[in-house]
Design a protein around this ligand. Structure first.
Ligand SMILES: C[S@@+](CC[C@H](N)C(=O)[O-])C[C@H]1O[C@@H](n2cnc3c(N)ncnc32)[C@H](O)[C@@H]1O
Length: 203
């Protein structure tokens, strides 16, 4: 079962790596915030030849060395340390979204890459809640059951679902402009897994 789950996670991570590849040049130094199981970081190192430091509020790793833990707001990292900062499917869990984005802004000397599910209307919100339950608490408990992660309180309780307009506003308020947006809709569900390439607004 664990091998099977590992295959699923690696396939997912390879798909995400393909999406991010144009924005993660070989040799880049990357901070992955909300790094989860570590499959993304492991695949980026192997396939994209970048160095990746992982940060998270909980230790959910089952590949690699695991993340540096932080409080969800402040990272013990100097300004502009990283070429690229990534946040993949993280914002919905954070009670401090603006502070988290500000921290990503601070530690990056380049872009912030964000993949986030967005929804439209009540129907989309309902599907997204269901999806987040499956990839959140359900996946967490299955991973615990097969011994892939150690027992701990579940950090995957989504606080909200975002519409595209809400994210656009949030990014602007956090000092970013969107320099590239790539939607990836789930057909018929009014849910999309959108890639945002963010750059700091320079005044
Ligand atoms: C759905 S997982 C995504 C993991 C990984 N980014 C991926 O796409 O495979 C969400 C991650 O966000 C982390 N997380 C939860 N609350 C957070 C917070 N307040 N700040 C930063 N990360 C948080 C979780 O611990 C988890 O690793």
């Amino acid at each position: 079962m664990r091998r099977w789950l590992d295959d699923i996670m690696n396939r997912r991570a390879r798909g995400l790596a393909g999406r991010l590849q144009p924005w993660l040049p070989e040799g880049s130094r990357v901070a992955d915030i909300g790094s989860g199981t570590g499959h993304n970081a492991a695949n980026w190192r192997e396939l994209l030849h970048v160095s990746v430091d992982e940060f998270d509020v909980a230790d959910l790793h089952w590949v690699g060395d695991g993340p540096t833990l932080f409080d969800g707001r402040n990272l013990s990292v100097a300004n502009a340390t990283y070429d690229v900062v990534t946040l993949l499917f993280v914002l919905q869990y954070s009670p401090h979204v603006r502070e988290l984005l500000a921290e990503a802004h601070r530690i990056s000397r380049g872009r912030v890459l964000l993949i986030q599910s967005t929804c439209q209307g009540r129907w989309g919100r309902m599907w997204l809640r269901l999806r987040e339950f499956c990839w959140g608490p359900l996946a967490f408990h299955v991973a615990g059951f097969v011994g892939a992660i150690r027992g701990q309180p579940c950090p995957l309780n989504a606080r909200r679902q975002f519409s595209l307009d809400e994210l656009r506003t949030l990014f602007q308020q956090s000092g970013f402009r969107i320099c590239h947006w790539q939607p990836r809709p789930w057909p018929g569900l009014r849910v999309s897994r959108d890639l945002f390439v963010l750059e700091p607004i320079r005044h």
